[in-house]
Structure formats: structure tokens, C-alpha cells
Design a protein around this ligand. Structure first.
Ligand SMILES: [Zn+2]
Length: 337
């Protein structure tokens, strides 16, 4: 089969690789869609991967083959990644005690990803796609889970004012989740014009370009004291600081982004306001069906974010395009049909 193989820092090559082997509890998917995630761009551009690795974790597809012990799915069914078995008593991610997201680049290479014609995974890590949701939409259930998780772990309450810093896919989904959670106003800060346009189209009330109007001044002009919760979804050098400055006394900064570089932070500017800093990462198993239900019941829109469907052969160019600060792409999805 054909797959996009990581060669070295900044290089993916589409080539023939061995077909995946289907174990007794596995399902083989014919991949229909695999969305390109910002975390893949980080690993690719920082070279945090073993050569030979195949990335791609935001996939949907059709069951092409299944192991002898798999009863939950039938050949031909449309399926998407899930968060695995839900344990309502202990629904926490299975990470080691000193886990760092940076090392996940290495861990992720233990099983090949879905930038490939076929992809094999444990049947427990899949869920069925409802009739009203397309495979393309379903491929975005993973980033939706990340934003949903951020919202559920935040202190955002009905009537609060929220700020989203960074309108990439995670920020645009967080914007919609904040509105759904009852935020009276959702402000969005984003340097890229195409992403600001999508934020506006998705209903943000105030969308700012922090390079032309200082974000904190804009927020204070509109709110007087600052927003209740700021979601830092950009991970740029200045954005953690901006988030701490844009929240009110006692407000909360939710750190969703994974910055791979040191960021600016001056505690004397925010400690006296007793700002709370809350980190969130990934999602819980139980949040996957919730995210799918939000798509099924049209509470969240993903179509306006999707700028480009990319054939597998063009994946290297797509990664390069998405790394350009002035790209007019928001979300790109590798499409096989
Ligand atoms: Zn992702």
C-alpha cells in the first residue's frame, strides 16, 4: 500500500510500504480521510520522530477486514477513531507519571498512522459514524475532543466572557464549544486573516488581529476588567502572557496549546490578580461519543474550517503550506476518495 513515510526533519515521502497485519482483535480500515493536525506539523518540523514512522491520527474510513475476535463491526461499515473503552469510575488518560507531550512523538511511532491507504487498529479504539455525519466531518472528531475537553475542564459558566487566542482548528472548535457552554461573548485573537474570517463566520463577536491592535487593550475596552476565561490555543511566544493579561482578577487561563519553544511569562504581572493557570491535554474516552453527538446534532460546524482536501501524493507540499504563517489554509484533510 501507499503511505506517507517520515524520512527526516521536514521530509515526508509517499512510497510503497508493507500492508498492515490484522491481529485477532484488530480492524483494518480503508482510510477515507485523515486530517492534518498541528501536532503532526510540530513533530515533522522539529524532527521528533523515528525515520520510517507514519503519522496521522485524525482518521475515518471503512472497515475492510477484521480479526476473528471482532464482533462489534462489520465489513463496509463507516468508522472513526474513538477514545477507547469508557470507564466511568476512572476516566483518565493512560499516561505514565512523568509523561511529556514532547516524547509522544516517539511513542506515536510504535504503530503506523493513517496517512496511508490502509490503517490497522484495535477494534476498541473505533466507533461507528452516525448516518448524518460524513467521513470527512468525522475525521475532525479528535480535535473536537481536545476543545471539548478544554471546555469541560475550564471554569467557564453560563454568562461568562471568553477569549480564544489562536484560531487554528483547536481554537475554532473551542470558540464554538465556549458559545455552546453559554459564554455571553466569545472574543477571538488571531494573526492570520483567513482564520479570522472563519472565526467571524462561526459567530465570534469580537475578532482581533493582535499585530494591529493590542489584544489586552481591546479586551479591556470591551469588558472593563478582562474576560473570565482565556483559552490559549496559539502557543506563540507572546500568547501565554497575553492570556494572563486579558483575564480578570481571579480569572482562568486554560493552556490548550503545546508550545515547543520557551514562552514569555512575567508572574509579577498577574500573580497579584490570583489568576488561575489550568493545563489541559488530549481528551478522555468518554468525551469521544459526546463530540460525535455534537457533530450529529449539528451543534458544532467543521465544514467552514476545512480549506483543502489533499491527495496523499501532495502531503509534503500540504505540510509546508500549513507551516507558512500567512497561509490561507485553516484545516487540511488528506482525502482518499
Ligand atoms: Zn490531533
Amino acid at each position: 500500500m501507499r503511505a506517507a513515510v517520515f524520512k527526516e526533519k521536514g521530509i515526508l515521502k509517499v512510497e510503497d510500504v508493507a500492508d498492515p497485519i490484522v491481529g485477532p482483535r484488530d480492524v483494518l480500515l480503508k482510510v477515507t480521510h485523515c486530517a492534518i493536525c498541528g501536532s503532526d506539523l510540530h513533530r515533522y518540523s522539529h524532527g521528533m520522530l523515528r525515520p520510517g514512522a507514519i503519522l496521522g491520527h485524525e482518521y475515518s474510513g471503512i472497515v475492510a477486514e477484521k480479526g476473528a475476535e471482532v464482533d462489534a463491526f462489520q465489513i463496509g461499515e463507516r468508522v472513526v477513531r474513538s477514545g477507547g473503552k469508557i470507564n466511568p469510575w476512572h476516566d483518565v488518560p493512560p499516561y505514565p507519571p512523568r509523561f511529556s507531550a514532547k516524547e509522544r512523538g516517539f511513542l506515536a511511532t510504535t504503530r503506523p498512522g493513517a496517512y496511508a491507504e490502509y490503517f490497522v487498529t484495535d477494534a476498541d479504539l473505533l466507533m461507528r459514524i452516525p448516518d448524518s455525519v460524513t467521513n470527512l466531518e468525522a475525521a475532525l472528531v479528535e480535535p473536537l475532543c481536545v476543545s471539548l475537553h478544554a471546555m469541560r475542564l475550564s471554569r467557564l459558566r453560563l454568562g461568562d466572557q471568553a477569549l480564544i487566542i489562536g484560531a487554528g482548528p483547536i481554537g475554532l472548535l473551542a470558540q464554538q464549544c465556549a458559545a455552546l457552554s453559554g459564554a455571553s461573548q466569545v472574543f477571538v485573537s488571531e494573526v492570520n486573516a483567513a482564520r479570522r474570517a472563519v472565526a467571524l463566520a462561526l459567530g465570534a463577536k469580537g475578532v482581533f488581529d493582535p499585530t494591529t491592535s493590542p489584544l489586552v487593550e481591546e479586551i479591556l475596552r470591551r469588558t472593563g476588567i478582562g474576560v473570565d476565561v482565556a483559552f490559549e490555543c496559539a502557543g506563540a511566544r507572546s500568547t501565554f502572557h497575553e492570556a494572563t493579561q486579558a483575564v480578570r482578577g481571579g480569572g482562568q487561563v486554560v493552556v490548550v496549546s503545546l508550545s515547543w519553544e520557551p514562552v514569555y511569562c512575567l508572574p509579577v504581572d498577574w500573580v497579584a490578580r490570583e489568576v488561575e493557570i489550568k493545563a489541559v491535554y488530549g481528551s478522555r474516552a468518554g468525551e469521544w461519543p459526546m463530540a460525535m453527538a455534537l457533530l450529529e446534532h449539528r451543534k458544532v460546524q467543521v465544514q467552514p474550517m476545512i480549506s483543502k482536501l489533499v491527495p496523499l501524493d501532495d502531503i509534503q507540499a500540504a505540510f509546508q503550506e500549513l507551516l507558512k504563517p500567512d497561509t490561507d489554509w485553516v484545516q487540511a484533510v488528506v482525502a482518499f476518495e
